[in-house]
Design a protein around this ligand. Structure first.
Ligand code: IPE
Ligand code: IPE
Ligand code: MG
Length: 264
């Protein structure tokens, strides 16, 4: 079954918790870019006496729900941290399961992305990603490159520090003149070039750290941590994060709240 993501109408049932949350959202002030550190799959599995890989399987369902809910809500960029540079330290079978699940996701969801005007973009170090996965990623990125409704940014084999080093190397190779180096020109060398900085960063499973995610880009991002484990993350959690985000006062170092969205 392939569905067209329309608006929230029909998706949110009247009288539910979700409907109450939607009423509280100001649609003129949505976060443009929401980034998520999807954490807690292993603990979710352990609570059920299942192998960690079962947690990752359950987590891929949450990915589908988060993508659909964000698109329907009107989010323009959704970044999902799916595999860090440091995640290679995990047992080989867990690592293989993670890449296998990504391949399955791409096979199942590429049509959903296409039909709903969603663009896929990968950030992170492509070299190192298993070849078959890399090929699928390149295919879906190519197929969806003109889609405009929302960009799904997958952070794969990604590390914020490594991304910064890679950008510096590229910049030095181009022999940029010292006077020309500033925040904006440097940001164009990052994997996220052209993508606005995240307005809202969600981390599930209660951990209060960035784990090497979007270090440069999250300078003024609003952080929102929930104890909910990633496989239990549902649309109501995304809606709650947006409601809470809209109550924050973003000052960007000044004294008055700034209404404009995060800088690019
Ligand atoms: C997040 O869940 C998935 C990835 C990091 C790929 P974890 O696997 O980190 O789950 P916990 O933190 O061990 O519960
Ligand atoms: C961060 O989660 C990476 C991803 C969600 C892909 P981790 O579970 O790897 O982070 P730490 O090890 O708890 O910091
Ligand atoms: Mg974890």
């Amino acid at each position: 079954m392939f569905f067209m993501f329309d608006t929230l109408e029909g998706y949110i049932k009247p009288g539910t918790v979700e409907a109450e949350l939607v009423k509280q959202i100001d649609f003129t002030r949505l976060p443009v870019h929401v980034a998520i550190i999807m954490d807690g799959n292993g603990r979710w599995a352990r609570q059920r006496n299942l192998p960690r890989t079962e947690g990752h399987k359950a987590g891929s369902e949450s990915v589908k729900e988060a993508v659909e809910a964000a698109a329907r809500l009107g989010i323009k960029y959704l970044t999902l941290y799916a595999f860090s540079r440091e995640n290679w330290k995990r047992p080989e079978d867990e690592v293989n399961t993670l890449w296998g699940l990504l391949r399955k996701y791409l096979a199942e969801e590429s049509r959903v992305l296409l039909e709903n005007d969603l663009r896929l973009k990968v950030i992170g170090e492509r070299n190192g990603i298993p070849y078959l996965v890399r090929r699928e990623l390149a295919r879906v990125e190519r197929q969806t490159r003109n889609n405009r409704r929302m960009t799904v940014v997958l952070a794969l084999n990604y590390g914020g520090r490594q991304e910064i080093i890679k950008a510096i190397k590229k910049m030095v190779r181009r022999k940029s003149r010292l006077e020309e180096i500033d925040e904006n020109s440097f940001a164009r060398y990052l994997d996220t070039a052209g993508i606005p900085d995240p307005d809202l960063l969600i981390r599930t499973s209660g951990e209060m750290r960035l784990s090497n995610f979007l270090l440069w880009q999250s300078a003024y991002t609003e952080l929102w941590v929930t104890p909910v484990l990633w496989p239990d993350f549902r649309k109501k959690d995304l809606l709650q994060a947006v409601v809470d985000y809209q109550k924050r006062e973003r000052r960007f170092g000044g004294v008055e709240p700034v209404q404009k969205k995060g800088r690019t």
